[in-house]
Design a protein around this ligand. Structure first.
Ligand SMILES: NC(=O)c1ccc[n+]([C@@H]2O[C@H](COP(=O)([O-])OP(=O)(O)OC[C@H]3O[C@@H](n4cnc5c(N)ncnc54)[C@H](O)[C@@H]3O)[C@@H](O)[C@H]2O)c1
Ligand SMILES: [Zn+2]
Ligand SMILES: [Zn+2]
Length: 348
């Protein structure tokens, strides 16, 4: 089959790789119908995260059709359309039972093979899904492939970020970063009743969409979000800041924006060695800092009714739809934010 594979810093290849096979009786094979490129793929692409074997099939965001079923996988039939969280889940361990599926003791991340061990990803024609019964979610017909794709990671992640921020209707909230995840976090914040949401980035078309989604856009290159948000809150700062970038500048901005006693909710993947603020700075502001990988499988089920309700136009963030064969260009467009790119989806 054809797939997008990793071969070092900024080197993605579209090449032939062996078809995935059932390796364990609980596996299924999914024919990928749509895949996406995520901000997390860019950490690998730029080798901010290292360890991935060369030749690993990239990607952890995909939806598809079941084409082969292991003898102990009982929940699905050939032809079912399924969405997949970005990690596998056993559904039985302590963490799966408390809804922290991101920390499943048998969890594996799609698109991460290190020292020959791990899982290939979904930017390919086919992908092997271990522990399929409790990992995959069958999509009802009313849910589009695009919605199913966004449910598997970034809508779930944006919503999770909003939930950690303990949002109340009268509060003032700031979202740092209006990439695909930050934009969908606006919908999450609105769903918890937030009325005053500032959305911060420097990319005009992302800010335009943030405004359309219901936030007040702030371009940190032209205006000072710290001054503006403090002015609006009688000098206090935001009740919570949702940090959806994953670099030190954004981490620092989140700290400077949050009010004493407030919450910083971070889903950005931080690859630096140090925090953006010191323990004593955190102490002096009495902040709560929440961070981590989204328990996507748990949120997919929880958010399915919201997706089915069509309350939010999730797919509005998809700016590019390319054949998988043009995925190498897709990475470049997404990384460099060319052609007003917000989110790239790939069709095998
Ligand atoms: N926790 C999880 O489970 C999870 C899941 C998905 C993605 N992520 C992470 O979320 C982050 C965002 O993902 P994405 O797909 O939206 O990526 P993206 O790279 O498209 O978006 C990041 C956005 O942040 C903006 N930005 C950069 N520096 C900024 C700053 N100092 N202040 C404000 N904005 C700034 C960029 O212009 C861009 O629009 C990434 O770190 C990704 O790895 C985490
Ligand atoms: Zn992702
Ligand atoms: Zn588990």
């Amino acid at each position: 089959m054809k797939a997008l594979t990793f071969h070092g810093k900024q080197i993605i290849k579209y090449e032939s790789v062996p078809d995935p096979k059932i390796e364990h009786p609980k596996d299924v094979i999914v024919k990928v119908l749509l895949a996406a490129i995520c901000g997390s793929d860019l950490h690998i692409y730029h080798e901010r995260e290292t360890g991935l074997d060369y030749g690993t099939v990239m990607g952890h965001e995909f939806v598809g059709e079941i084409v082969e079923i292991g003898s102990e996988a009982k929940s699905f039939q050939i032809g079912d359309i399924v969405s997949c969280p970005f990690t596998t889940n056993c559904g039985e361990c302590f963490f799966c039972r408390i809804g922290l599926t991101a920390r499943c003791t048998k969890g594996q991340l799609f698109g991460w093979v290190e020292d020959g061990r791990g899982l290939h990803g979904g930017q390919a024609e086919y992908v092997r899904i271990p522990l399929a019964d409790l990992t995959l979610l069958r999509l009802p017909k009313v849910v589009s492939l695009e919605e199913g794709l966004l449910l598997g990671d970034i809508f779930s992640t944006g919503y999770f970020c909003a939930e950690m921020a303990d949002i109340h209707p009268n509060g003032t909230y700031a979202i740092v970063g209006c990439g695909p995840v930050g934009l969908l976090a606006i919908f999450g914040a609105r769903d918890f009743g937030a009325e005053k949401i500032y959305a911060i980035d420097s990319v005009p078309e992302r800010l335009t969409l943030a405004e359309k989604f219901g936030a007040v856009p702030l371009n940190y290159q032209n205006e000072n979000p710290i001054e503006i948000i403090h002015k609006f809150t009688d000098g206090r700062g935001a009740d919570a800041v949702l940090e959806v970038v994953g670099n030190k500048n954004a981490g620092r901005l989140a700290f400077d924006l949050v009010r004493p006693g407030g919450i910083i909710s971070t889903v950005g993947v931080h690859t630096e060695k140090e925090m953006a603020f010191s323990p004593v700075e955190a102490y002096n502001k009495n902040i709560t800092y929440k961070i981590g990988r989204c328990p996507a499988r748990f949120y997919m089920e929880k958010l399915l009714p919201i997706v089915q309700s069509k309350k939010y136009d999730l797919a509005a963030i998809i700016s590019h739809r390319l054949p998988l064969a043009e995925g190498v260009r897709g990475y470049e467009i997404f990384d460099k934010k060319l052609e007003n790119c917000i989110k790239v989806v790939l069709e095998p």
